[in-house]
Design a protein around this ligand. Structure first.
Ligand code: SIN
Ligand code: FE
Length: 285
């Protein structure tokens, strides 16, 4: 399975192995690296904070904007401060785990997930309980890596449970690459606001790889996978664009997304864009 590097804390002598573990499609996991809520913030651990159909509260660290919640006024401000504090926490942790990435890391959305891992009936394509790599139709990343930091903040002991696939990105890509066609999006998609930035050939291939695996019942059943349980107080990080993962159960988590240009990796050749260019014999950016 994807290797898990389990560390005691930020002073663990094996911390220096973390970047290698991440870049080799493994997870880095701290069973005891909690994000502490402040008095009163437990009240936000409730699906009552959501607006409409939202399943996450999102926070944009660049603008301070919060989305997906119906809270207003003082409660909204206190929730915003809590999520901003988590964003700072995730940045501090990652700066220690991957110091060489420092100036190259691009801070993206923070998400607060007080709802249960989604069990509603939904399309296979949207169902993150099915094994997948992350690729998002409206958010082309143009070859940059997607590195995510998660923390379970469940107040009374519920683990967050994932499955992770055995295959690394290259094995997964080899399985499907003969069936995908690079279809970069026209500039119109961006102009009318369908995508945030240009959908490159790489983005189109990643979306197809995401869908191929998610929609294939036989592959879902047959791909060897392992169960991973993250207890409350655990913080973990993973390149979700290359590690096959599925969220099976749990409630109350935070997540911070970072992008990283492949050239800032210790081993840029392991970036999905480089792996796919090699397998497909053509440039994708
Ligand atoms: C996902 O990235 O598929 C969901 C992870 C989670 O919410 O635990
Ligand atoms: Fe995912």
């Amino acid at each position: 399975m994807a290797d898990v590097l389990t560390l005691d804390g930020l002073d663990d002598p094996r911390l220096g192995e973390a970047v290698g573990a991440l870049e080799h499609d493994g997870l880095v996991m701290f069973p005891h690296l909690p994000f502490a809520l402040e008095p009163g913030e437990e009240a936000f651990l409730s699906t009552e904070v959501f607006s409409g159909e939202s399943k996450n509260v999102s926070y944009d660290p660049a603008s301070g904007k919060v989305g997906g919640t119906k809270l207003e006024g003082d409660p909204l401000e206190r929730m915003r401060a809590m999520i901003a504090r988590y964003s700072d926490f995730a940045q501090t942790v990652l700066a220690r785990v991957a110091p060489t990435y420092g100036p190259h890391l691009q801070l993206r959305r923070t998400s607060f997930r007080p709802g249960p891992v989604d069990t509603r009936v939904m399309s296979k394509r949207k169902d993150d309980r099915r094994l997948h790599i992350d690729a998002f139709p409206s958010n082309p990343n143009q070859g940059r890596r997607i590195l995510r930091v998660f923390t379970n903040v469940h107040p009374t002991g519920l683990e967050r449970v994932w499955a992770v696939g055995n295959d690394d990105f290259e094995a997964y890509a080899k399985r499907w690459v003969g069936q995908v066609t690079p279809r970069p999006g026209g500039a119109w998609r961006e102009a009318v606001g369908l995508t945030k930035g240009r959908r490159t050939a790489y983005d189109s291939v990643m979306l197809q790889l995401h869908d191929k695996g998610k929609l294939d019942d036989a592959w879902q059943a047959g791909e060897p996978k392992s169960r991973l349980a993250f207890p409350p107080g655990a913080t973990w990080m993973v390149y979700t664009d290359s590690v096959l993962h599925a969220a099976l159960s749990g409630q109350h988590a935070f997540e911070q997304t970072f992008y990283l240009p492949p050239d800032a990796m210790t081993e840029p050749a392991r970036a999905p864009v480089r792996v796919l260019e090699r397998l497909m014999g053509q440039p994708l950016l």
